[in-house]
Design a protein around this ligand. Structure first.
Ligand code: ADP
Ligand code: MG
Length: 275
């Protein structure tokens, strides 16, 4: 199994350093979380790892391969699968067809063979559909296989998206805020699937996450970003006690609370004016 090694990764946008010499290693078979307040650089990091953004400097290596300047499809071909922070499924297609899309990398017949309905293409299709049904069962969406994705609840759609990533048979799974916007029950269901995926499918997982509770339950190791810099790293317990981390998170909450108080004050003010 391969480790993912991120070294001195820097990403600059016009006038802004989104990531500043960040480094961490995702050990084979582990769940590694990258956490931090909004704007910390988590999604930027994720987008470099999956080939969507180009690093300004630094490197990303996976096993023997240098991913730093590879396009997304070549990174995917090395066994690195991703999900998106916002759902990226085809709403009018069935769950089964959406998950099948994840298997294209593994399909030998390709579009021509499948289009001509050649016998080997048909056999291959049957084999892939059987695997898609296994994966659907694994993430708990079997009962929705024929339903158009757009008809399903948000929590189920997010699990379908995970199923599509798993359908690529990845060695490393990149998850960007997999429980964002979910209610408690949906979060628990997703957490269970993530734990099961690591245990049963021999994959490493990089989890980019805002929710500290989720990270504490799931991660073996944590890297904490704030304003593009790595401010802490270690086990969830170590990181949770780190004064820099507490400051970064509580600072945000204090600022949010102040904003909320301000807008409440402004609202109260405007009400009294109209009264
Ligand atoms: N494509 C982009 N162009 C310019 N600035 C960007 C781009 N993507 C992200 N940023 C900026 O980089 C910083 C980090 O953003 P992001 O990685 O999305 O943070 P997070 O996911 O931790 O909330 C933010 O200040 C954001 O505005
Ligand atoms: Mg983000």
């Amino acid at each position: 199994m391969s480790a993912l090694e991120v070294t001195d990764l820097t990403v600059r946008f016009a006038g802004l350093t989104a990531l500043d010499a960040v480094g961490f290693t995702v050990r084979p078979g582990s769940i590694h979380a990258v956490i931090g307040p909004n704007g910390a650089g988590k999604s930027t990091c994720f987008n470099v790892l999956s080939g969507v953004y180009r690093a300004t400097s630094g490197s990303v290596r996976f096993g023997g391969a240098d991913l730093t300047r590879m396009p997304p499809h070549r990174i995917a071909a090395l066994g690195v699968a991703r999900t998106f922070q916002n759902i990226a499924l085809s709403r009018f297609q069935s769950v089964e067809d959406n998950v099948m899309l994840g298997r294209h990398r593994l399909t030998r017949a390709g579009f021509v063979g499948a289009g001509l309905r050649l016998p080997f293409a048909r056999r291959e299709d049957t084999r892939h559909r059987a695997r898609v049904r296994d994966i659907a069962r694994f993430v708990g969406v079997s009962e929705y296989l024929d339903a158009p994705v757009g008809m399903l609840s948000y929590g189920v759609q997010k699990r379908v998206e995970l199923a599509r990533a798993l359908a690529m048979e990845p060695k490393l799974l990149l998850l960007d805020e997999p429980v964002a916007g979910m209610n408690g029950g949906e979060r628990r269901a997703m957490a269970e699937v993530i734990v099961a995926a690591r245990a049963d499918l021999d994959i490493s997982i990089l989890l980019v996450e805002h929710d500290m509770g989720m990270v504490m339950r799931l991660a073996d190791e944590v890297t904490v970003l704030d304003f593009g810099r790595r401010i802490a790293a270690g086990t969830p317990t170590e990181v949770q006690r780190d004064p820099e981390v507490i400051r970064a998170y509580l600072g945000v909450q204090a600022a949010d609370a102040a904003d909320a108080a301000d807008s409440a004050g402004a609202a109260a003010g405007s009400e009294s004016e109209t009264a």
